[in-house]
Design a protein. Structure first.
Length: 255
């Protein structure tokens, strides 16, 4: 089994054409934005719609190809892994940016043609948009559960996924990314009851970014993995509340 897994799969629309630059070491980098759309029905039966934006980065030959082939308003499939980097600006304010580092890019036609052929977004084989993240890692803290005003259970915890990557000089190094995991409903209750710090799990879901403004006017953003599936991996930890709990659990997303 993989030591750690950090995999992202996106189908969306290019909102900004790739910008090419070279690093000090001479590596070519392309960066651009992709948006995905999701639709869902609330518990009250209301239809809702929302967009998620992704910052994509491609390196070397893939960056060159992106600069030549990727265009604004193009539908595209992107596959890669998540990375988060942070920096301080000249005013000392901390910035955090989550990016998808692409290892595969497949153009899929124009926005208008894609919407016309998948207008209801119900195709199972090739959905109009896709936002899927798969992570294998270890909990960095015990889960914390709360209830929304309408009584829905929400559990959050951090997850560390470590993968080994190759460097430009041929070495292999470990890279660890931290994920903010959010679970809803019965999955939230399962995670709160049976998971603990250090437990190894498989989590699958979608990325969502939420923002808020502090009283001083500064805006903050937080990217979370909203889980719809969780599998407990490895040996069962000691002192579990219920030895009969299944290792696998899935749940519908609650909003």
């Amino acid at each position: 089994m993989a030591r750690g897994l950090n995999k992202v799969m996106i189908i969306g629309f290019v909102e900004r054409e790739p910008e090419l630059r070279q690093t000090n070491a001479g590596q070519l980098v392309a960066s651009f934005c992709v948006s995905t759309n999701r639709r869902w029905t609330t518990n009250a039966g209301e239809m809702r719609e929302a967009n998620e934006w992704f910052n994509l980065v491609a390196w070397d030959q893939l960056a060159q190809a992106a600069g030549e082939l990727v265009q604004k308003d193009q539908r595209i499939y992107a596959e890669g892994h998540l990375q988060t980097r942070s920096w301080d600006d000249t005013n000392g304010q901390r910035h955090v940016r989550t990016e998808v580092v692409a290892c595969k890019l497949i153009p899929m036609g124009s926005r208008d043609a894609s919407i016309d052929s998948n207008w209801d977004g119900t195709s199972e084989e090739t959905p109009l948009c896709l936002n899927r993240v798969i992570v294998i890692g270890n909990l960095g803290r015990d889960p914390e559960m709360r209830y929304t005003p309408d009584g829905q259970a929400v559990t959050s915890f951090s997850l560390a996924a470590t993968r080994t990557r190759g460097t430009a000089d041929g070495d292999r190094r470990d890279a660890t990314e931290w994920f903010n995991i959010v679970c809803w409903g019965s999955l939230a209750e399962i995670c709160n009851q049976y998971l603990s710090k250090g437990r190894r799990v498989y989590v699958e879901g979608e990325l969502r970014t939420r923002g808020w403004q502090q009283p001083d006017g500064r805006k903050h953003y937080r990217t979370e993995l909203v889980a719809n599936e969780m599998i407990m991996l490895g040996p069962r930890p000691r002192f579990r509340h219920d030895e009969n709990v299944p290792a696998y659990h899935t749940d519908e997303l609650a909003v």
